[in-house]
Design a protein around this ligand. Structure first.
Ligand SMILES: [Zn+2]
Ligand SMILES: [Zn+2]
Length: 454
């Protein structure tokens, strides 16, 4: 019997971490941190592991909701062996240091919570063992040397280095999707799961389970709508703020903008960016021949960019208009997109364009769902502000549309589906569709801290 226990991220996009006990071998799938919570609240419930065997951690990709708590886990369980793809390991060396700086700043008045050091991150990243996609690896429990378990990372098409994890053992086959995307983006090619069949259990993300796919559209149709809207603002002399995740969305949107400019569809203008987004872009360029992507000749370094962090006076964007790509993607308080957004809201010729997922409890969600002329509080403690700029929402998904999630079920033919990484409404839609279409599949809406026997 296999026991599955979510430590976090079952009911929301939060601190994703899912424990599997396969005949005494303990495996953790992902080790995320909650993007909006602080201190111990932001971590998966690691205490549940105190009495359980834990041998290995497999990280699906580098977004903080999947890797952010790894340094805390390793402090608590230093014997654990961590596996990631080569690209995830390299990017972790950038993002974990950046996350440590943010945590230290956020928790400077909190004495009870011990944060890891940069030296500890260096040691951790060095200790990560690299796996190539599609090349299986065999593991055995560290203590009891039980049965052999075969692990295969499969490219998930979500961001550079992202992978789903296939686990094969004598009792069956389990596939954890991580964050997965079946459609092409501007750089990345959608995941190909054709080699995965007849699963015992599918542990599947449901980010877009509650989103109408007609609204989401495709990268191609959305990029046309986006280009038109950007041109309109630029012709008025305004600047456009695009809040983006430094990892993934930054590179995809940059590539799309540059391509439209080269084709003459988008007005040539300044592009502002920088910070860790630029460092991550280097890893994208470096791995262009060894990862799946649309155009192996294209490099992000071709794109001329102005350093956003050199600009202290935001009036600069009136004199030198352009497109500003700033993280965080959900305009979390204190980040550069949050600071820029406050200035932007006052400018009638400017615009804020949303391009990715926004958690309903973030400033980004409040802003992107407002319209010019509205009055909003960007946080619970912030004064009321007028929305004077234009606000528009675009959909450039890096997660599967909900119909594609059903395609994964169709393709992999699982006996059981465990739904994670989504709100209740998202899991309900996906769960209901699976139950209506397939009479023989059991569906579980996973809950944090509640075990399931699979
Ligand atoms: Zn992700
Ligand atoms: Zn995620």
């Amino acid at each position: 019997m296999i026991n599955f226990l979510p430590l976090g991220g079952a009911d929301e996009i939060g601190a994703s971490s899912f424990y599997l006990n396969i005949s005494g071998t303990g495996i953790l799938l992902d080790c995320g941190i909650h993007p909006r919570k602080n201190g111990i609240e932001a971590l998966p419930k690691f205490d549940l592991l105190n009495e359980l065997p834990l041998d290995y951690v497999f990280i699906s990709h580098d977004h903080q909701d999947h890797i952010g708590s790894l340094p805390f886990l390793i402090k608590k369980f230093p014997h654990v062996i961590v596996f990631t793809t080569t690209q995830t390991k390299e990017i972790a060396g950038i993002t974990l240091h950046n996350a440590a700086n943010i945590l230290t700043e956020n928790l400077k008045d909190e004495n009870s919570f011990e944060i890891y050091t940069h030296d500890e991150i260096d040691l951790l990243v060095k200790s990560i063992r690299e796996v190539e996609c599609d090349v299986p690896l065999i593991i055995k429990g560290l203590r009891h040397h039980g049965e052999e378990i075969k692990i295969t990372f499969i490219d998930a098409g979500h961001i550079l280095g992202s992978a789903g994890i296939l686990i094969e053992h004598s009792g069956g086959k389990i596939f954890y999707t991580g964050d997965i995307n079946l459609s092409d983006q501007s750089i990345m090619i959608g995941a190909d799961l054709s080699g995965i069949k007849k699963l015992n259990a599918l542990i599947m993300e449901t980010t877009y389970g509650a989103s109408d796919s007609e609204k989401i559209g495709s990268w191609i149709s959305e990029s046309k709508r986006f280009t038109k809207a950007v041109n309109k603002i630029l012709h008025k002399g305004g600047s456009i703020l695009i809040p983006v995740f430094a990892l993934g969305k930054t590179q995809e949107i940059l590539s799309m903008i540059y391509e439209s400019m080269k084709k003459g569809e988008l007005t040539e203008t300044n592009i502002y960016g920088g910070g860790i987004g630029k460092e991550i872009s280097r890893v994208y360029d470096k791995s262009k021949f060894i990862t799946r992507r649309k155009d192996r000749d294209f490099e992000l370094k071709e794109i001329p960019q102005n350093d956003l962090f050199e600009i202290e006076d935001y009036n600069h964007f009136k004199k030198h208009p352009g497109i500003v790509l700033a993280s965080s993607g959900m305009m979390i308080e204190g980040t550069s997109s949050f600071k820029l957004m406050k200035y932007w809201l006052d400018q009638k010729d400017f615009a804020i364009f949303g391009v990715g997922y926004m958690d309903p409890d973030t400033p980004g969600f409040k802003v992107i769902n407002s319209k010019r002329g509205n009055k909003i509080h960007v946080t619970d403690f912030d004064e009321e502000r007028n929305v004077n700029c234009e606000v528009e929402r675009f959909y450039f998904p890096s997660h599967s549309k909900r119909e594609d999630l059903l395609k994964i079920v169709e393709q992999t033919k699982p006996e059981k589906v465990i739904l994670v990484h989504g709100e209740a409404s998202a899991k309900n839609w996906v769960g209901k569709e699976i139950l209506t279409t397939y009479k023989n599949i059991k569906v579980y809406a996973a809950e944090d801290c509640r075990g399931i026997f699979i």
